[in-house]
Each structure stands twice: as C-alpha cells, then as structure tokens.
Ligand binder design. Structure first.
Ligand code: ZN
Ligand code: ZN
Length: 592
C-alpha cells in the first residue's frame, strides 16, 4: 500500500522539491538535520562532485524501524509535521514533512537504517520505490542521494558549478559544527576531507578545528544576558577581520540564524575598532524563551524575528565593547601565519590622500558621511553615552607606558618599554585622541561659547543654505548663535569654545557639511560620531611632520588613556608592536 501512495503523490513531491531543494546544500541540510534529530553524535557527509553526483550521509543516530523508514518518504506523513507550529523550539530541526519525499521524487535515494536488530534497505528512484528489504543491523542511518534533478531538467539547470555548490555546503556544515560542538562532523568531497571536528563539546576547540590556530588564538570569550536572553560565545580581536559578514555566526536556541538585528548589534559594537567595510569573526549563542521568536515561514530561509530587540541590542553592544576595551589589542608586527590584511589598501590610500590634501574642501570617500549607516536606532542612543571610561577601566592599559625614542620618516613615533619596541602612527594616534575629545565636547550638557573677534561669514549655495536652515536646531543645540546675513550667507556670532583655535572657520565648514550630508534622517549619536571623526582627522598632525620629543611623549601618554588606543576612528591601527622575543628571533639571538 505504501508503494502506491508514494507513486500517487509523486507529482506533488516534485513540485514541492522546487521550493525546498534549491541546491545541493539544501539536500545536505535536510539530511544532516534528520541525523541531528536522530541524536547522532557523529555525522559524516561524503560528496562526489560537490554533491552534484552524490551526497551520502552516515550517522550513528537512533535509526528507523522498517515502517518508519518507509513512512519518512511519504508526504505529510512524518511525526514532525504535527509539530510544525512549534518546530523552532522543540527539540527538532526538521521543518516539514515533505522534505524527504520531495528529495526522493527528483533523485535516486538509497537508505540503510537500523533501530534495533534488523536493518532496512530502501531504494527509491524518481519517487518510485524500487527496493524495500531487510538489511544488516548497524546502528544509525546511511542515506545517499544521487543524480539530483535527473528527472526534472528545468530544475537541473539551476544547479551551479561543483565549486559553487560545494562552497555552500561547506559553509553550512561549518556553521552547523559550530552550533553543535558536541557532534563530530566530517565533510569530504571526492574523498578529500574539507571539514573535520572532534565533537569535543568545546566551542573554542571547534572554532580552532574550523578556522585554525591563527583565528582561534585571537578569539575572546564573551558572556552576557538580559532578562530574556542569555548570550555566550567568542568574538575576534580586530586584527583578524573578514571582508564579508559570513563569519558573524549567530545561533539562537541551537539554530544558526541570519538576523539583521543581531548582525547590526555586533557590527556596531566594533565601531571604530574596524573599518566599516570589514567584519569580525564571531560565534555567539543565544538562548531565549521560544515565544520571543518568530520563525520565517519560508523553510529555506534562516531568518527569524526577535522580540525585545532593544534590550538585546544594548546588551550585545555593551558586552562586546567592554570586552574589547579590556583586552590588550596591540597587534604584533610579526605574524605566525599569513593572515588576511585587516585593512584594505584602498582605504589606507584614502586616508593618506586625505592627509596630504591641503585643500579643505577636498573630500575623500572615507571622510564622506556614510549614508548607509543605520539611522533607525535612535532609541538605542543611550548605549554610547553610558559606555565610557568611567564605567570600565583596563588596568593593564593604564599601566602601559611607552617611552619615545624618536621619529621615523616624519610619520612613525618609535617607542619602547620593557616588553619591546613599538611603532605609532602619529596621525592615527592623534586622531584617536582628538576624536575622544571632540566626542566628549559634543556630548557635554553645559556648553561654553565664545564670540569670535571678527564675525565669521559662511556663504553657501541656495540648496545648502536651506538645508542648514531646516536643521538650525542642531547648530543651536551645539551652542552656535547664527544669523541670516544677505543672500545665502550666515553670520556666526557665537560658537562653542572647543573649536580648535585658528581653525574656527574650517571647523564650521566641516560641521555644515556634516549637517548637509545627513538629509532627513537625523540621529544625534551618529551625527556626533561622524563629526568627531571628521574634525579629529582634520585637526591632527599630518604624516611627514616633524614633532618634538615632548610632543611625541604627550601623544603616547594621551593615547593610552583613550577609549580605544589601538585604532584611529576610521578603524586603522595606531600602534604596532615588535616584542623582544620577535626581535631576538629575527636577529637569531633566540633560536626557537
Ligand atoms: Zn585621518
Ligand atoms: Zn583615521
């Protein structure tokens, strides 16, 4: 009877297959999740030609009795389906009953499974049951899917190249291994091992097994919680950033998810520790009451919707920021292995260009207001103001004393202490110092202002003039007293005292530019940050400027007292260290 049923449902299965199975990785996902549901602690995935030819999963889970095995290929027949509503939070990963029948309808499936003394062997081709017989007893399940979409040429076209399909599957298995450190995973392609984890149960060890020592040795453990969420996991030091978001891995209640709120929080937490176009490696696990999660209805999407997001956002940002602040993050000049350079060269070029530009109006990409910045988080503004040095102190950092030795190339301060030699980019370092000062001044409640000796006239084009007029409250809040003066001109009667002396007019131009570039979506926090960066960059000493030893000393002392002495506000490093050991190694004073 089962046989007939499977055949009659074949068409529906083929249709459903198009929705559920898009690529080899989605087949792997279905099968591996079944293995996890079956309580396997060892799962081996063997691919041939990236899965295009064959996908074979071997697990040591509970296996299936003969009846259940056959039933699993029937649409809407699995026990999982009854739990579809609450699929996300009960202890099952499978999302709906039709996955396996769908896969079987468009490929050749061979299943050997055993739950007790007698095993079962089932072979289905294009949805037709060809073999159903007893087999050897071996705990667990071996399932292979070959010739995917052999009977649906239209779908077959959508499969990509071996490399593409493989890359997707590797990425999926890596993430799964990180969410299940207690399960041993092995993934091979054409008999070559690509991913292998030990199932040790230790997340850091799993990170090591997937990313290697160079990454795992630069991970920092974090823990945090709100009333509703518990978070734990690892974040990376800013020296090992990636150029895409794929390595920001978030796991909610055991399931890898893609969630914009979580990604934004993580990214914001690294603000100024990294350039905007670089992303950290993090593996963060969240536990929460299942009722706070909404699962996206589309089964292949990993997206979910979270409730009580604001508290969660603040917790993530504060936890990560505090952790980064407490670590000593000075990167060693000597790397153990070749690593991805954390700053793109185009970005460095931009800042160098900007430094050399004498023309005040000359804008660089780095310096332009990042309009893609998310302005929708005004309600989270308080996090930045509460997260200052007053609340967190890094004693090691405060103890860090650097003694200037001299200036190299008119650009790098050479310094030393008992641990080694340091190179400090004088512009980047001063930019960080100034950034902190400007940001503090901009946040100040009490504003002291001064009337310039000669009134400052700012002439604009009509459009900019009107934009400024529309945002006059921002300027008033900052302490400016401004009057309209003739055609498209403002006259500055008073301005805040923190404008750098001698550069008042230039600073005001920069402030106007910042206001003009924000458009309608004004966020005070983001605006202050942007303005502080712009002014700090402009007002800091440029490269190729000779400065006195006293000036060097001042920079070094002030730098260690900033919120983040390791990076300029654009995310560029300020300081690089050559440890005594590195030097001895290079000069062969130390042999190992
Ligand atoms: Zn700069
Ligand atoms: Zn910079």
């Amino acid at each position: 009877m089962s046989k007939i049923k499977i055949m009659s449902e074949n068409l529906a299965n083929k249709i459903a297959a198009g929705e559920v199975v898009e690529k080899c990785a989605s087949v792997v996902k279905e099968l591996v999740e079944n293995s996890i549901d079956a309580h396997s602690d060892s799962i081996k995935i063997d691919l041939q030609e990236g899965g295009l030819k064959e996908i074979k999963i071997t697990d040591n889970g509970v296996g299936m009795e003969s009846e259940d095995a056959l039933l699993s290929f029937q649409r809407h027949a699995t026990s999982k389906l009854t739990r579809e509503d609450d699929l996300f939070f009960i202890n099952t990963l499978g999302f709906r009953g039709e996955a396996l029948p769908s896969i079987a309808s468009v490929s050749e499936v061979d299943l050997i499974t055993c739950a007790s003394n007698v095993g079962t062997h089932i072979h289905i081709k294009g949805g037709k049951l060809e073999i159903n017989e007893p087999s050897d007893a071996r705990k667990g399940t071996i399932i292979s899917v070959s010739n995917l979409f052999f009977n649906t040429p239209a779908r077959l076209k959508y499969l990509k190249s071996e490399q593409y399909e493989l890359a997707n599957t590797v990425s999926f298995i890596e993430k799964l291994a990180l969410s299940y450190p207690n399960i041993k995973f092995e993934l091979t392609n054409n008999d070559k091992t690509l991913v292998k984890t030990s199932g040790s149960g230790n997340l850091l060890k799993t990170i090591h097994e997937i990313y290697g020592l160079n990454v795992s040795s630069k991970m920092i453990e974090v823990k945090g919680s709100t009333d509703d969420y518990d978070m734990e996991g690892y974040i990376c030091k800013p020296e090992i950033l990636k150029s895409n978001r794929n390595h920001m891995i978030t796991i909610v209640n055991g399931r890898v998810v893609k969630n914009n709120d979580l990604n934004r929080a993580i990214n914001d937490a690294y603000y100024t520790y990294k350039p905007d176009i670089k992303f950290p490696i993090v593996v963060l696990k969240f536990e929460t009451d299942p009722t706070l999660i909404d699962v996206n209805i589309h089964p292949t999407k990993q997206d979910i919707k979270l409730s009580k997001v604001n508290e969660l956002y603040n917790m993530i940002v504060n936890t990560i920021k505090n952790k980064l602040y407490k670590e000593l993050l000075i990167p060693n000049a000597i790397k153990d292995e070749v690593t991805e350079i954390s700053i793109p060269t185009t970005m460095i070029k931009n800042e160098i260009v900007e430094e050399k530009a004498s023309n005040f109006e000359k804008e660089t990409k780095e310096n332009n207001y990042q309009t893609e910045l998310d302005f929708s988080i005004a309600e989270n503004s308080e996090i930045y103001s509460t997260n200052t040095q007053d609340t967190i102190i890094n004693p090691e950092l405060k103890k860090l004393v650097l003694y200037p030795v001299g200036l190299a190339l008119g650009t790098y301060i050479i310094a030393q202490n008992e641990e080694g030699v340091y190179l400090i980019d004088q512009h980047a370092a001063q930019e960080r110092i100034n950034y902190d000062k400007y940001l503090k001044a901009l946040k100040e409640e009490e504003i002291s202002t001064i009337a310039p000796l000669f009134p400052i006239n700012i002439e604009l084009n009509a459009g900019d003039y009107l934009t400024i007029k529309g945002h006059m409250n921002i300027l008033t809040d900052m302490g400016f007293v401004i009057e309209e003066f003739g055609l498209n001109t403002y006259i500055i009667k008073e301005h805040p005292t923190w404008l750098k002396r001698g550069y008042e007019e230039e600073s005001i131009h920069k402030i106007f530019d910042s206001i003009i570039s924000i458009g309608n979506r004004f966020d005070r926090v983001k605006f202050n940050e942007h303005l502080a960066i712009t002014l700090a960059c402009k007002m800091s000493i440029k490269a190729n400027t000779r400065i006195s030893t006293e000036a060097q000393e001042e920079i070094l002392n002030e730098l260690v007292n900033t919120d983040n002495p390791y990076n300029c506000p654009h995310g560029r490093p300020t300081i690089i260290k050559f440890s005594i050991y590195d030097l001895e190694k290079m000069f062969k004073r130390a042999m190992n």
